[in-house]
Ligand binder design. Structure first.
Ligand code: IMP
Ligand code: MG
Length: 189
């Protein structure tokens, strides 16, 4: 697996530092809006890519919160791009009403924006008190940069990355750093 790495784009140390920073900012903003910790806070991580990010993030949030995992797939997993792909599936096991609840949607990467858009639409129907969005990575391409998102850990070049939860064909999620893969990896299939 390690021999497939081309280069480390963001190291585990840099990720840890930035996750802590974003957690502080989220905590500050939520407490400011509510003039104290929010009474009801639900984090909605989009699986599977945000798994590791959310595991680290929640342990830096000193707030009373619940998790509501959702699964939305916007690309087949056999391609190194989600470009133009429609949201295929939205397995939302969200409560029918989320009135009074502050929601924070969490995804691994903002690329076309289709995934996050689908999540926001599903949440809007449940009428929560507020909806915030947080992504680990945002690709520097027009669609991603134009998409309104509240918290971005890192802006990255428009390249395919894996690690820290992100996959290629279901693999490499367990790499602790965010990396690019050697070109021959994509030619193997
Ligand atoms: P969007 O719906 O196009 O914004 O894409 C978001 C989803 O596509 C992410 O949740 C990832 O699952 C996947 N994706 C997009 N770019 C990458 C990448 O560079 N590496 C791994 N997965 C990616
Ligand atoms: Mg994903």
């Amino acid at each position: 697996m390690l021999e497939d790495i081309d280069r480390i784009l963001i190291s585990r140390e840099t990720i840890a530092r930035r996750v802590r920073e974003i957690a502080q900012q989220i905590t500050h903003d939520l407490c400011l809006e509510e003039e104290g910790p929010p009474a009801e806070l639900t984090l909605v991580p989009i699986l599977t890519g945000s798994l590791i990010f959310v595991a680290d993030l929640i342990r830096e949030l000193p707030l009373k919160l619940q998790l509501n995992l959702v699964s939305i797939s916007s690309y087949s997993g056999t391609k190194a791009t989600s470009r133009g792909a429609a949201v295929e599936q939205s397995l939302t096991k969200l409560p029918e009403s989320m009135a009074g609840t502050h929601v924070l949607v969490i995804d691994d990467i903002l690329d076309s924006g289709n995934t996050l858009r689908a999540a926001i639409v599903a949440l809007h129907h449940r009428q929560p008190a507020s909806i915030r969005t947080c992504v680990l990575l945002r690709k520097q391409r027009p669609e991603a940069m134009a998409f309104p998102v509240d918290y971005v850990c890192f802006d990255i070049p428009d390249v395919f990355v894996v690690g820290y939860g992100l996959d290629y064909n279901g693999y490499y999620r367990n790499l602790p750093d965010i990396v690019t893969l050697r070109p021959e990896v994509f030619r193997r299939r």
